[in-house]
Design a protein around this ligand. Structure first.
Ligand code: SAM
Length: 224
């Protein structure tokens, strides 16, 4: 596992700025989404991406090397909540599509409002345990991102990857040990998770997200 370092020299994307102490995405739509700072320069407005609010940003700050988000990527995002991280993925894939799945209709309401302002977000209120219910509405994705904090989170990821992630596509798993088993040693849980992921995925990176988020491992994988 890698230690603390900035990923600036690794993550190369014209819609992303990674400075020593802050990260920004180029706003697809002007204005803050969750109270983050913005600044404007000649090429448009930029929004601060706050690592304590987004595990994807925390992973960048912890030195993640893989960064498959392109202008036109199709992303299946499981556990979208109100759209904090989704909004930055939307900035990074302006001509792509983010299928954003959220279980809670209450939380999903804010996601719907966000999607009204951004044409590249398709909100889906559904249970990620049952990809069959939304598969007809989703295109095969190059990227699968999951942040659901459920006991069976590995199973959910595999089920969705099997149906909806292209071969060779990239899967990201925000794995929360306490959601799997609050009593067990997290190191044992993560060893088990690694074993369960192998077979379907090649694990490319495994990152500890502290100090931004406690108790999580962030896995970056390629679908075999
Ligand atoms: N990814 C979000 C972000 O960075 O902005 C935060 C996600 S929050 C930690 C986890 C979300 O997953 C919650 O909104 C929860 O309702 C949702 N969730 C949990 N189980 C789910 C399931 N089975 N299907 C879809 N969403 C689920």
């Amino acid at each position: 596992m890698k230690g603390d370092r900035m990923g600036a020299e690794k993550v190369d994307n014209p819609l992303l700025i990674v400075e020593k102490k802050a990260t920004f995405t180029k706003a697809l739509v002007k204005g803050p989404v969750y109270g983050e700072k913005t600044f404007t320069r000649k090429d448009g407005q930029w929004r601060e991406w706050v690592p304590k609010r987004s595990k994807l940003c925390a992973a960048i700050r912890k030195g993640m090397r893989q960064f498959p988000f392109d202008n036109d990527s199709t992303v299946l995002y499981l556990g979208a909540a109100s759209g904090t991280t989704v909004s930055h993925v939307s900035d990074l894939c302006p001509e792509g599509m983010i299928f954003a799945v959220e279980f809670s209709p209450d939380t999903g309401r804010q996601l719907m409002l966000l999607a009204k302002k951004r044409g590249n977000i398709a909100p889906i209120i559904a249970d990620a345990n049952q990809p069959i219910t939304y598969a007809p509405r989703v295109w095969p994705a190059e990227i699968l991102y999951q942040d659901v904090a459920q006991r069976n989170q590995v199973d959910i990821l595999k089920r969705n990857a099997q149906m909806l992630l292209k071969q060779g596509g990239t899967a990201f798993l925000c794995c929360k040990a306490r959601s799997i088993d609050v009593a067990r040693n997290p190191a044992d849980i993560f060893a088990q998770v690694r074993g369960e992921l192998k077979g379907m995925f090649q694990i490319l990176e495994e990152l500890d997200l502290r100090p931004f988020t406690m108790d999580h491992r962030f896995y970056v994988m390629r679908k075999l």
